[in-house]
Design a protein around this ligand. Structure first.
Ligand code: PXP
Length: 253
């Protein structure tokens, strides 16, 4: 299936549903159902659904990804480590996009971007295989100009800039570091877009941090999960998504 990838200047919101599966798995049953969350997210205005099938299957499971690939009416962004197992699965399921992320078993969440400079030779054939299968490859990377160049050399059409350090600085109330981290994201976004890359961003974004990133005109998509699922406990998932959408639109306006 092909989807329109851009309405000029409208920032897309990809909703990451991993942590619905985290809660489900805490009890080993079937509720809450991440597929129901995906449907509700789309009804509430999500432009796409993101899910990360980790090597240890700690949240999303194979059957979740298979169902998402089958039923979604919006683009599925399949987050994965660049392993042979995941590449084969993506080629079988044909999601709209595959976002390649680093993965370490012990980490609580994805820490740091993918090393696409040192990992160039290993990544290139994998990116080529996904691209040949018609899957848009996105590389989850640190906001850095040399890294943008490396993404371009690898032939990936999309980069997703890691916003984790910026969000940590916001959470710590450290204005100097916040400004520095935001500047890194802004510079990488401008540079990457200038190289012809489509620029996305994500990780750790919440209502109190999303605005300045959403305001960057080169950024086409934000992928947000944990903060939305956390807010959903208090206001419900549709309202959490509408609130995030409103914050993004206000910043972009
Ligand atoms: N983008 C990527 C590539 C990620 O790995 C994650 C975390 O799974 C996210 C976005 C979403 O991060 P968060 O859940 O902190 O919003």
């Amino acid at each position: 299936m092909s989807f329109p990838t851009s309405r000029p200047s409208r920032l897309r919101l990809g909703v990451n549903i991993d942590h619905v599966a985290t809660v489900r798995n805490a009890r080993g049953g079937t509720a809450p159902d991440p597929i129901r969350a995906a449907r509700e997210a789309v009804a509430a205005g999500a432009d796409g659904i993101t899910a990360h099938l980790r090597e240890d299957r700690r949240h999303i499971r194979d059957a979740d990804m298979e169902t998402l690939a089958r039923i979604l009416t919006v683009p599925l962004n399949f987050e994965m480590a660049a392993t042979d197992e995941m590449i084969e699965m993506a080629i079988r399921l044909k999601p709209h996009a595959a976002c390649l992320v680093p993965e370490k078993r012990a980490e609580r969440t994805t820490e740091g971007g993918l090393d696409i400079i040192g990992g160039h030779d290993a990544l290139q054939p994998r990116i080529a295989r996904l691209s040949e299968a018609g899957i848009r490859v996105s590389l989850f990377v640190e906001p850095d100009e040399a890294v943008m160049e490396a993404a371009r050399r690898l032939g990936a059409p999309v980069v997703e800039l890691h916003t984790g350090s910026y969000c940590e600085a916001v959470a710590e109330g450290d204005a100097t570091r916040t400004a520095h981290e935001l500047d890194r994201i802004a510079q990488a976004a401008t540079y990457g877009a200038g190289l012809g890359l489509e620029v996305h961003a994500g990780h750790g974004l919440a209502l109190d941090s999303v605005g300045p990133v959403a305001a960057l005109p080169e950024i086409a998509e934000l992928n947000i999960g944990h903060a939305l699922i956390g807010e959903a406990i208090f206001v419900g998932l549709p309202q959490a998504i509408r609130d995030m959408r409103a914050a993004m639109d206000a910043a972009r306006a």
